[in-house]
Design a protein around this ligand. Structure first.
Ligand SMILES: [Fe+2]
Ligand SMILES: [Fe+2]
Length: 303
């Protein structure tokens, strides 16, 4: 197998990043509800002209809350999946086993990070924001799919967090500083995860026939469809949360406009930005050039 990176370097980079959940949130570190939480090119609230500026900020914060919940959901299946993959690798290469264990430990920290931010959000936001779930049921559905499908979905999510930071978060100075800190610190650790995931995808595929690999990629696509349905439902929840928080009842036409624009914004945030990432496509290319081409053509539907 040819590795694209050294496990020793990957572990060394991970070990130099030493933030704790308590450094980012809790105590006197409180969210500032006068500011947006999500960058505009993920939230896409400014195009909803029937909302005034304050209502757009409220919707942006509702989307931020959903981001915390959705990452809580995905980390919930990534953690056991990585641990399972790491178990047979515990002997043979010390740096490799330590790199995967570090990866799992960081994901456990991220679960706690997103949960703690959600608790802070709930303390400061006036009304309830419903989210898709429960996480255990979503996780059970994902983990019942072929390992290659789960590894690809995870890889897509890892590259997605890199893109969110580089294209949307890094240069946005108007965000709530704590929420920006969350996104920045998550990004730092996800780069190592993306490299380890790419390796995991390759290792899993090496034991499979061409037909099995193609079936695994199809199962990854079906998982994309499963999450797209979830995002459609989340968009409905966000609409209801916005009406509750603002006390407004929007018209049927406004509702339809909201649903279409916000579902598409969610698709870009959680699916398209990862699916079309050049390094995700490169990983697919190594598995099946034909499937890579198909997915690349499909990606604009989620942009
Ligand atoms: Fe994470
Ligand atoms: Fe990760």
């Amino acid at each position: 197998m040819t590795y694209q990176f050294s496990f020793k370097d990957c572990l060394a980079r991970a070990e130099r990043i030493t933030w704790r959940v308590e450094d980012l949130i809790g105590g006197d570190k409180r969210l500032d509800f006068s500011k947006p939480f999500m960058p505009e090119n993920l939230a896409r609230t400014h195009g909803l002209s029937f909302l005034d500026a304050d209502e757009q900020t409220t919707l942006n914060q509702i989307r931020g809350h959903a981001y915390l919940a959705i990452f809580g959901v995905v980390e919930e299946f990534i953690l056991p999946f990585v641990l399972e993959h790491a178990r047979p690798l515990l002997t043979g290469d010390d740096y490799r086993s330590r790199a995967y264990l570090e990866f799992a430990s960081e994901e456990a920290k991220h679960i706690q990070l997103f949960r703690t931010f959600r608790e802070e959000f709930t303390k400061g936001f006036s009304t309830e924001c419903q989210v898709i779930g429960p996480p255990e049921a979503i996780s059970a559905h994902v983990l019942a799919q072929p390992p290659l499908a789960v590894a690809l979905l995870t890889l897509q999510i890892e590259w997605m967090t890199q893109r969110h930071y580089q294209e949307s978060i890094r240069d946005d100075n108007g965000l709530d500083p704590l929420f920006k800190d969350l996104l920045v610190h998550h990004w730092m650790e996800e780069l190592q995860h993306a490299q380890l995931d790419a390796n995991m995808v390759q290792a899993i595929a090496e034991t499979m026939s061409k037909a099995e690999i193609e079936a695994g990629i199809d199962a990854y696509l079906a998982l994309g469809g499963f999450f797209d349905e979830g995002l459609k439902q989340q968009t409905l929840f966000d609409f209801e949360a916005l009406q509750r928080a603002t006390g407004r009842t929007l018209t049927g036409e406004e509702r339809a406009q909201f649903q279409s624009a916000q579902h598409q914004a969610n698709r870009w945030t959680y699916l398209g930005s990862g699916m079309s990432h050049p390094l995700f496509l490169a990983a697919l290319e190594r598995l099946s050039p034909a499937k890579r081409e198909m997915i690349e053509k499909l990606a604009p539907t989620f942009s």
